[in-house]
Design a protein around this ligand. Structure first.
Ligand code: C5P
Length: 227
């Protein structure tokens, strides 16, 4: 089981003045938390991380204990995943793609995605129901309310048969915000497994507060990792 970790985002929404992957969470860079969460799963083999172009040496040093390959990322998430995919060693037939920004993903989510892949799925996404009511708008005008019962928010890791992911990335589709949507665009089947609140994406400053509080709870005496 290979794993690609797009971590080359600039993190502008976080406003930390450095790439998000290198922002500290409870004393360690976000990317270290993310890679450790993946390495905690014994079925995860080769890991390829796409790092910000200027930070490849620093990220390589940082991740030296975790046996990963670090490649320079691209201008978009999709491009970064494509570059990491090209660096995945041969002989790996199943691939996870995991956003570094979802650095606290519980092992149960990684395990559920892998289990679905091993059971024969072409493409797997972890999902959670939407808590908010969702409206369709035009500027500030509300056009309507979307029925949220059939909607899901999608997390990572997403899992793929390698040949399916390679075909999806070679299809010339632009602007995808996840990898499963590339498979969907080619008409391929994508299945869901349960995601988890702690697999949230660290995007803005509030998410750093949330992540540090999750880490503090996990580190507390008697604190447990999410299952
Ligand atoms: O920007 P967004 O929140 O969608 O980023 C999701 C993940 O994709 C993050 O882990 C980010 O580092 C990564 N990314 C990347 N290359 C880019 C932009 C984002 O690897 N050019």
């Amino acid at each position: 089981m290979g794993c690609l970790v797009p971590a080359a985002g600039l993190g502008l929404r976080l406003g930390a003045g450095r790439p998000k992957a290198l922002v500290d969470l409870a004393g360690e860079p976000l990317l270290v938390h993310a890679v450790r969460a993946l390495r905690a799963c014994p079925l995860v083999g080769p890991v390829v991380v796409a790092a910000p172009v200027g930070d490849v040496p620093a990220v390589t040093d940082l991740l030296a204990p975790y046996d990963v390959v670090v490649v320079p990322g691209g201008a978009s998430r999709q491009e970064s995943v494509g570059l990491a995919l090209s660096a995945l060693p041969p002989g790996v037939d199943l691939v996870l793609v995991h956003d570094a920004a979802r650095c606290l993903v519980p092992g149960s989510v990684v395990g559920a995605v892998i289990e679905a892949l091993l059971a024969g799925a072409d493409a797997v996404v972890p999902v959670v129901p939407l808590a908010d009511t969702v409206k369709h708008v035009d500027g500030t005008r509300v056009l309507g309310t979307v029925d949220r019962s059939g909607l899901r928010a999608v997390q990572t890791p997403q899992g793929f048969r390698r040949d399916v992911l390679v075909r999806a990335h070679a299809a010339g589709i632009v602007g995808a915000t996840d990898d499963a949507s590339l498979v969907e665009a080619l008409g391929g089947p994508v299945v869901t497994v349960p995601g988890h609140a702690e697999a949230f994406k660290v995007t803005g400053p509030f998410d750093v507060v949330l992540a540090e509080s999750v880490l503090a709870r996990r580190a507390a005496p008697g604190g447990r990792h999410a299952r």
